[in-house]
Design a protein around this ligand. Structure first.
Ligand code: COA
Length: 331
């Protein structure tokens, strides 16, 4: 019997309608459009404004569209993995809430927390479910309502992040397409440079934690940048070497959208030209777990069956990694 690989067979995404531009941020904090564009590549980001709406609501839109595209009922899904750091509630898992909202009555699911690397880790987890032969349809969702944990008085972080959710469907493939290889890493000693101080079991919420604005993203940008730029480039290069891929072989770099300069450095290390580098950071900012599936969604029409894609990321934790995919379909 041919080897079973896990192939992405459909992608979809959702970003909220409300746009937050650099110009608008100029009215909120001491920053300017030119600084944000030149230091990050971001021009605008989307924000989920409506009261009472959460991460799962963006996922519902993304997944409903995905099921429609693939011609599937929600009851045909076997497993739902939701990579997010801004779940609707501390518990239960947002995967469960999503299953309920879309009617995925035959699926079981769970959330996966690995900050900006969550989607990549989710993809690897889902791929193993498929490769085991036990499951045929695994949905991997990645996305965040970052605006719910961003301090819009802190210019170090509020200019970077946005809201959005993407989703992919994994199905078995026996023709040699799909997820070919992966290198995934964590280093928990990096947690001090990027985290949310309060709200967890270490520091449950109190009046004081709220007053001290400890429920927001805290980032030492310069240090995170240094680690990100080295590790994302290195792991992307490593996965090429390990699979005998030259820069000519790689068709697309699908890299986490945290900072355009980090993406450019990764492409340079891989020796690939900018025409192969997918970018949507200008429109969405950093959507954390959403960046990779939103890129796949935005650029799906460019991919051809057999294209070699390198997905790579770096995020809080620290967490980072790269996955090599042989694309399985023509749109
Ligand atoms: N507008 C204007 N000036 C700003 C600013 C803003 N929004 N934010 C910071 N500055 C200022 C700083 O105060 C500093 O001023 P100083 O030199 O007078 O002290 C100067 O700009 C440079 O700050 P620095 O933090 O060194 O900027 P940077 O070039 O490192 O860019 C980030 C900041 C956050 C964009 C960048 O560090 C980054 O992208 N970090 C990594 C993010 C990432 O990859 N995260 C991982 C996954 S989420």
């Amino acid at each position: 019997m041919s080897k079973i690989t896990a192939a992405i067979t459909c992608v979809n995404g959702y970003v909220p309608e409300t746009v937050l531009t650099n110009k608008e941020l100029e009215q909120m904090v001491d920053t300017n459009d030119e600084w944000i564009r030149s230091r990050t590549g971001i021009v605008e980001r989307r924000i989920q404004k409506e009261t009472g709406k959460a991460t799962s609501d963006m996922a519902v839109e993304a997944v409903k569209g995905l099921l429609e595209k693939r011609g599937l009922g929600a009851d045909e899904l076997d497993v739902v993995i939701f990579s997010t750091i801004t779940g609707d509630l501390i518990f239960p898992a947002t995967a469960n809430i999503l299953c309920d909202k879309i009617g995925a009555v035959n699926a079981w699911g769970f959330d996966l927390a690995a900050a900006c690397s969550g989607f990549l880790f989710g993809l690897e987890t889902g791929a193993n479910f498929i490769e085991s032969g036990h499951y045929k349809k695994v949905l991997v969702v990645g996305g965040d309502k970052m605006s719910s944990i961003i301090d819009y008085t802190d210019r170090n972080t509020c200019i970077i992040f946005g809201d959005g959710v993407g989703a992919v469907l994994l199905e078995p493939n026996t023709e040699g397409f799909g997820i070919m290889d992966r290198i995934l890493k964590t280093d928990g000693s990096g947690r001090e440079f990027l985290h949310q101080k309060a709200g967890g079991s270490l520091m449950p919420p109190t009046h004081e934690t709220v007053e001290k604005r400890m429920h927001f993203v805290y980032q030492e940008g310069k240090t995170v940048y240094k680690f990100a730029v080295i590790n994302m480039a290195e792991v992307s290069h490593q996965i090429m070497l390990r699979n005998g891929l030259t820069s000519d072989d790689v068709d697309w770099l699908v890299a986490h959208q945290a900072n355009k300069r980090i993406i450019d450095a990764t492409a340079e290390r891989m020796g690939i030209g900018s025409e192969k580098v997918l970018i949507n950071i200008d429109r969405y900012g950093n959507t954390t777990n959403g960046t990779l599936p939103l890129l796949l969604w935005d650029f799906e029409k460019k991919f051809k069956k057999g294209d070699d894609l390198i997905l790579s990321t770096f995020g809080g934790g620290f967490t980072w990694g790269a996955i090599y995919i042989k694309w399985a379909y023509n749109s």
